[in-house]
Design a protein around this ligand. Sequence first.
Ligand SMILES: O=C(O)[C@@H](CO)OP(=O)(O)O
Length: 239
Amino acid sequence: MTRLVLTRHGQSQWNLENRFTGWHDVDLTEEGEAQARKGGQLMRAAGFEPHFAYTSLLKRAIRTLWLGLEELDRVWIPVEKDWQLNERHYGALTGLNKAETAARHGEDQVLIWRRSYDVPPPGVPEDSPFHPVHDARYSHLDPAQLPATESLKLTLDRVRPYWETTIAPRLQDGTDVLVSAHGNSLRALLKLLFEVSDEAITGFEFPTGNPLLIELDDLRPTRAEYLDHSRARDLPPCP
Ligand SMILES: O=C(O)[C@@H](CO)OP(=O)(O)O
């Protein structure tokens, strides 16, 4: 049996302000830092001892990982950061307030942009500061790879190869792994691991800073549990 923890970053400043965030590199709030530390304490209480960690290139996930590893007293483990674990890119909605956008475009349209499986929001123009082509952290990538917007499906299209080539082989070696990422990149991993349908997957929400501990038998989930029971959400059945 190997153990995998998926943790969404703690509350961010734009979670608090109810703004579409995506690839914007916003930091944790004090509440988000407290959630991340508590997540680390809960992992420790569960006896989780990861030997490898993965995160995105965004500081809310990176700092959530650091705070969790501090509580686990395992800041020494190797950490790999990759853009493929980033939040889904929110395109032209990035930075807008979610309630104001619903008032302007209608609740139904905003629900489609937020929770449809394969309808991306309008793209961000290339001259916008929110286009990743202007961001040094992506300068090693072919600009053609950089999204101007993403649906959950497009997010899964870049999460899947990272899972298959990088994270899954580590678990198959018997290594316990911690992944600190984002609502939609983790939804993509949940879909892959639990074989959730396109229709059902958008109904699952990761609470901020609440580690999801998954026990695996040869990559097949046999048990899953949010460690902060008071903020747990529904999970798909084990396949
Ligand atoms: O704004 C975002 O980037 C995400 C996660 O906070 O929002 P949503 O809940 O719409 O997927």
